[in-house]
Design a protein around this ligand. Structure first.
Ligand code: PMP
Length: 466
């Protein structure tokens, strides 16, 4: 459906593409198209599928943006949204509270590792990370160590689009044209085993990363470092699964040096890796703060948050700075509708979807791995129900294909024609479908990807680009 049908009154048909080009500013535009861009229209969603502007149904390969975990068109979630909006659509979290947020905090605390049992709700992932970082600043200020504020992040990371959270981003192009709080952030190497130095084992690569971390702490001095922020698996950086034990070793250094470990589980929590939170159950780490968003409501309502160690709150209370205010909060913190949706979403996840995700994940990974037989594909990697197909110029050198080849976009365009929505990332395609995906749907997804990549290889050959 490129445009809706004209109203019987003879009113002109609404043309979404035209209106968008004139008035809608899209996220992440390039200067040449800014304020004048229309993107592929999505009409409806149902289960693991979405329809496009022409009414074709496609498998939603990225589940929106890694978020529609329980799938589209869940009546239970729509009903809760409606019922809560009718009961109480909003209350000010400044001086009142609501029941859904208290219930949700209790349930999230029960799932979080160790003593992480204090939950603060935000509007999404960026505000969750921002809240965690501002909390770290407050925590160190009241403890009388205002110099302990440096934040460690890594190449390949993505943590958000607010000023401080975006300062942590380390993917190529994230910061080329955008400012950041550079005096507060130090970037470490990306723990990508596929791009480890030639001839080096994964174990030695891990040693090298851990040594770099330890040396950085030494060089800057632990007294100046407030937090390390890391995604357990870097999602938007290309589903980078770090070497085994790497996170545990980094967490140990943080613990020894009183550096807060902020595990950014905006993507990995709420089922993507088969668990509500993955930090401890999958990676064996007990962070000080976990940030979450996306899957917490399966994208039915914008909500995020952080769950914080009780120890940090105890220390703040014990600091004898009772007048100090954590001057941070959002109009939509603890939104009653969002929290009610999240509670029902958690019921659905616990009612069988997490188990299904755990069961089907090996099949998903295994089938996608078969794409490595295509010469354009350098590596297929992933965990749980998130994976990345990385294309290379040549398998020997592992050099990525450059942006101008538009490999991700080409694969996406072919797959779209064949019935699959793909998330292109320069020379990579990321897959993170709704967790309810079946074996048959995985087979179809992989078959389409195979054909889409084959057609892309033909194009590149014909154009003499590969
Ligand atoms: N952290 C991670 C790991 C993310 O992947 C994202 C979004 N892709 C964010 C933070 C920011 O979340 P949001 O877009 O909801 O602000």
């Amino acid at each position: 459906r490129a445009s809706s049908s004209p109203a019987s009154s003879g009113e002109a048909a609404f043309e979404p593409t035209r209106a968008a080009r004139r008035h809608l500013v899209q996220p992440w535009p390039v200067a040449g198209e800014i304020g004048d861009e229309a993107r592929g229209l999505i009409g409806e969603g149902d289960g693991v599928h979405v329809s496009d502007g022409e009414g074709n149904w496609l498998i939603d390969g990225p589940a929106g943006m890694w978020c529609v975990n329980v799938g589209h068109r869940r009546r239970e979630l729509a009903e809760v949204l409606h019922d809560q909006a009718m009961a109480l659509s909003y209350n000010s979290p400044w001086y009142t509270m609501n029941e859904p947020s208290a219930r949700l905090a209790e349930r999230i605390a029960a799932h979080a590792p160790g003593d992480l049992d204090h939950v603060f709700f935000t509007t999404g992932g960026s505000t969750a990370v921002e809240s965690a970082l501002r909390f770290m600043q407050f925590y160190n200020n009241v403890r009388g160590r205002p110099e302990k504020k440096v934040i460690l992040s890594r190449g390949g990371a993505y943590h958000g689009s607010t000023f401080l959270s975006a300062s942590l981003n380390g993917r190529p192009r994230d910061r080329d044209w955008m400012d950041g709080v550079d005096d507060l952030v130090v970037k470490l190497s990306c723990p990508d085993p596929f791009r480890r130095p030639a001839g080096m084992s994964v174990e030695s690569f891990s040693d090298k990363l851990v040594a770099e971390f330890a040396e950085t702490v030494e060089r800057i001095a632990a007294e100046r470092i407030g937090a390390f922020v890391g995604e357990p698996i870097m999602a938007s950086g290309g589903v980078i699964v770090p070497p085994p034990d790497y996170l545990k070793r980094i967490a140990a250094i943080c613990r020894d040096n009183d550096i807060l470990f902020v595990s950014d589980e905006v993507v990995t929590a709420f089922g993507r890796l088969g668990e509500v939170f993955a930090s401890q159950s999958v990676f064996g780490i007990e962070p000080d703060i976990i940030t979450f968003a996306k899957g917490v409501t399966s994208g039915y309502f914008p909500l995020g948050g952080m769950v914080v160690s009780a120890r940090l709150f105890d220390e703040i209370r014990r600091s004898n700075r009772s007048e100090a205010m954590y001057a941070h909060g959002l109009t939509y913190s603890s939104h009653p509708v969002g929290c009610a949706v999240a509670l029902k979403n958690l019921d659905l996840l616990e009612g069988g979807i997490l188990e299904h995700a755990r069961e089907i994940a090996p099949y998903f990974q295994d089938r996608l791995k078969s794409l490595e037989e295509l010469p354009l594909v350098g590596e297929v990697r992933g965990a749980g129900l998130m994976a990345c197909v990385e294309c290379v110029a040549d398998r020997e050198s592992r050099n990525p294909l450059t942006l101008d080849k538009e490999v991700g976009k080409r694969i996406d365009a072919h797959c779209h024609e064949l019935g699959l929505l793909v998330r292109p990332l320069i020379h990579m395609c990321v897959m993170s479908p709704p967790l309810i995906i079946t074996r048959e749907q995985i087979d179809r997804m992989v078959a389409i990807l195979h054909e889409g990549i084959s057609r892309t290889m033909d194009d590149l050959r014909q154009e003499g680009l590969w």
